[in-house]
Design a protein. Structure first.
Length: 205
C-alpha cells in the first residue's frame, strides 16, 4: 500500500530524478518528479502531505529562490536540499531559512532515506498541530464575550473569587462560566486550557 505522503523531487538532472524516484518508491512512498522549480511551483498544491527534495543549482529558479518562493507562499513543506558543490555558507543560510537538511552529491541511499523519513515525520507533526490549532480556534469562536473574559482570567491564574470581584458578579456565576468555557473548549482542566490557548496564540502569531 502506498503511503499517503508524497516526495517531490526537483532537479534538472534526469538521472538524479530517476534514481531518487526509484529509491522513494522502494519504500512504498509516492514520488513526483519535476525538471525545474518553475514546473514544481506551477503544479504545487500545499494541501497534500509530503516533503521536497531539491537541487540548489538549476537553470531558471534555483533552490535558493525556490525556498524563498515557498516561504512567501506560507508553505511549511519540509525541504531537503542537494548540491554537488560543498557550499557551506549557502547550506547554513538555507537551513537558517527553514531547510531541514543539506546533503552533498553523491549521497548514499541510506542517508537520503533517513532524511526523507525525518522530513515526512516533521510534515505529519506540523499538520497535526495545525489541525489542533484550527479546531481550538473554532472552539474559541463559540464562546460568548463574557466567557472569553473569564477565560483570560483563568489562563492568567486568577482565582474564581478574584474574578467574581473584578467582574462584579457572583462566584457561583463565575463557576458556571468556567464550566462552560472548559466544555466549549473541550478541555478537561484549566491546565490543559492554558496549554491549548498558549499553543493557538503561538502558532497564529
Amino acid at each position: 500500500m502506498i503511503n499517503s505522503q508524497s516526495v517531490y523531487i526537483v532537479d534538472d538532472d534526469a538521472a538524479v530524478r530517476d534514481a531518487l524516484s526509484i529509491l522513494v518508491k522502494s519504500v512504498n512512498l509516492d514520488a513526483k518528479e519535476y525538471s525545474s522549480a518553475d514546473q514544481f511551483l506551477s503544479e504545487y498544491d500545499q494541501q497534500p502531505p509530503g516533503c521536497l527534495i531539491t537541487d540548489v543549482y538549476m537553470p531558471g529558479i534555483d533552490g535558493v529562490a525556490l525556498q524563498k518562493r515557498l516561504i512567501d507562499m506560507g508553505s511549511q513543506i519540509p525541504m531537503i536540499v542537494m548540491s554537488g558543490h560543498g557550499d557551506i555558507p549557502l547550506a547554513v543560510n538555507m537551513i537558517r531559512n527553514g531547510a531541514l537538511n543539506f546533503i552533498e552529491k553523491p549521497f548514499s541511499n541510506h542517508q537520503m532515506l533517513e532524511h526523507i523519513q525525518q522530513a515526512l515525520k516533521l510534515d505529519k507533526e506540523r499538520r497535526s498541530m495545525a489541525d489542533k490549532s484550527d479546531q481550538s480556534q473554532k472552539y474559541y469562536a463559540t464562546l460568548t464575550p463574557r466567557e472569553k473574559e473569564v477565560l483570560e482570567y483563568l489562563i492568567s491564574g486568577v482565582s474564581n473569587k478574584v474574578i467574581a470581584a473584578r467582574m462584579s458578579i457572583s462566584p457561583r456565576t463565575i463557576e458556571t462560566h468556567r464550566a462552560n468555557v472548559l466544555r466549549k473548549m473541550n478541555s478537561e482542566s484549566v491546565v490543559s486550557l492554558v496549554q491549548e490557548i498558549s499553543y493557538v496564540r503561538r502558532t497564529s502569531s
